[in-house]
Each structure stands twice: as structure tokens, then as C-alpha cells.
Write a protein that binds this ligand. Structure first.
Ligand SMILES: [Zn+2]
Length: 89
């Protein structure tokens, strides 16, 4: 497999963790390169795959439950933290 440059690596060479990459993706702050890279990464990384899908599911669920459309940000953060805790066990 050819070596792919990780577009998430910061200017100072810091390699981000899975959680940091996920956060960028889920906050919709990722560039096209980052999204592409993460798609491949997710295919090989079960925790990322799970978190990504859980988050998408939560957002869908909240959207369908809340008529206002936007889910309360605090609630999303609390749920994310719970998921993160479970994944790191
Ligand atoms: Zn990962």
C-alpha cells in the first residue's frame, strides 16, 4: 500500500489521535483531504467507525425528536463524552 500523508498532522508535526480526528470530522471542520483520509482510516479503525456511526445516529435521532431542528449542544456533548468513555474502556 502506498504511503499516504495524513492531512490531519499539524504544522508542528503533531500526529492527532483518533478522537481528535473524529472531533474535526464531526464538527464539520474537515477539509476535503481530511474527509477522504478519514474515510479510509475509518475502514480500518473500528473505534472510529463506531464513534462516527453512533454520532450520526444520535444526530438523526435528535433531529427527528426535536421539532426545532437543532439539538441542544450540551446534550450532544454529554452523549459524546459517554460514548468516548465507553470506547476507552
Ligand atoms: Zn481511528
Amino acid at each position: 500500500m502506498s504511503q499516504q500523508v495524513n492531512p490531519f498532522i499539524q504544522a508542528d508535526g503533531t500526529k492527532p489521535s483518533c478522537m481528535q480526528m473524529l472531533q474535526i470530522i464531526l464538527d464539520e471542520q474537515a477539509s476535503a483531504d481530511q474527509k477522504e483520509y478519514f474515510k479510509f482510516h475509518m475502514a480500518k479503525c473500528l473505534p472510529c467507525f463506531k464513534s462516527y456511526n453512533i454520532d450520526a445516529t444520535i444526530k438523526e435521532l435528535l433531529k427527528s425528536k426535536c421539532c426545532a431542528g437543532e439539538a441542544p449542544h450540551d446534550l450532544i456533548e454529554v452523549i459524546k463524552q459517554k460514548i468516548n468513555q465507553q470506547l476507552s474502556l
